[in-house]
Write a protein that binds this ligand. Structure first.
Ligand code: SAM
Length: 318
């Protein structure tokens, strides 16, 4: 499926819940304590129907996210069903890793092989300050277990935060020790998060000056650019929506846990898919809706405007 700018749209990020078991300060406005009522969350059957229709439209790569997707009791069943869907080319999961250790076997049996774990620091105190939780050790254990189990690639998402985790030496060392792909991501600006932005591109330029960075290609690398220093088992990735943007290659759509379709992470505008699903719309009508929505996908994040609502990333489905 192509949009009006001839971009191939083949990737969907599906949020399966807006609930989260961490409280990362940069992910949400301070007064954000409201979760959507359970009955507003897309059901297993609704998710599967949307995936089937998306596949018919040529969208064949999916990422499950949230909120924290592992809080959803039927996550492994969703993964199993998605993996069995004809035409699916890629399925991965983004998690904060808190519940990963005890769920790794189930996820593996369901056919999941790719996993992204969000972890912004390797320092216990900083981890607690960012997330409001003391579970760094648990997450680190889960990362090592995921590697041992054979998940590949295991990617680590690090959102860069000014004055908190700009020094990435610990992560660089980790990429020497373990075959992890560690991605440094620029903080997305929401009204409640101004002041913490760090340019990942600047970090990359600094590293490039060492003269030892080798650009590598990873399967399904999306907007990240990956590099390896000599002797490194893993790699360092940079995702720079602001300082080096990649909208001309954007291939994605997002669906929130309550069935809102979004064509750009930077856009306020959402489209109500759940209403269609719950009002008896035919498959054709839903597919036509996808096509119409795509015709409105912004050219780039500047055109999308800036997120003005004080929303949390967990409710958008980051
Ligand atoms: N709970 C899962 C997790 O932690 O990976 C999935 C949902 S979480 C919202 C997805 C990712 O969004 C995390 O890596 C988180 O750090 C990131 N995120 C949250 N707020 C962000 C922001 N303002 N800018 C960039 N990334 C953000």
């Amino acid at each position: 499926m192509k949009d009006r700018l001839n971009r191939q749209i083949n990737y969907m990020r599906l949020s399966v819940t807006d609930r989260c078991n961490l409280n990362c300060f940069y992910c949400r406005p301070e007064d954000d304590h409201n979760f959507i009522p359970a009955e507003e969350t897309l059901t297993y059957d609704e998710i599967l129907r949307l995936v089937r229709l998306a596949l018919e439209l040529g969208i064949n790569r999916f990422r499950l996210t949230g909120g924290e997707p592992l809080l959803r009791p039927d996550l492994a069943e969703i993964i199993l069903a998605l993996n069995a869907s004809p035409g699916i080319k890629d399925l991965s999961l983004t998690t904060n890793g808190l519940l990963l250790e005890e769920n790794l076997d189930r996820l593996w049996r369901a056919g999941l092989r790719r996993i992204n774990i969000s972890l912004d620091t390797l320092d216990k105190d900083k981890y607690a300050a960012i997330t409001g939780s003391n579970s760094l050790d648990k997450v680190l254990r889960a990362i090592k277990l995921a590697l041992a189990k054979g998940f590949n690639p295991v990617k680590i998402n690090v959102v860069l935060l000014k004055g908190i985790n700009e020094d990435i030496d610990d992560f660089i060392n980790l990429a020497y020790l373990l075959p992890l792909h560690i991605r440094f991501i620029e903080l997305m600006s929401f009204p409640h998060r101004d002041g913490y932005f760090v340019s990942a591109n600047k970090l990359l330029k600094k590293l490039k000056k060492t003269g030892q960075l080798n650009l590598i290609k990873l399967p399904g690398s999306g907007p990240a650019r990956y590099y390896r220093l000599p002797g490194m088992k893993g790699s360092l990735g940079f995702i720079t929506p602001y300082s080096h943007h990649f909208c001309h290659n954007c291939n994605r759509l997002r669906i929130s846990a309550q069935g809102e379709l979004r064509t750009c992470l930077f856009a306020d505008k959402t489209y109500d898919l759940k209403k269609l699903l719950r009002n008896g719309a035919s498959d054709e009508a839903i597919k036509d809706f996808f096509t119409y929505v795509l015709s409105e996908k912004p050219l780039n994040w500047l055109q999308a405007g800036r997120i003005k609502r004080n929303e949390s990333m967990r409710s958008i489905g980051g």
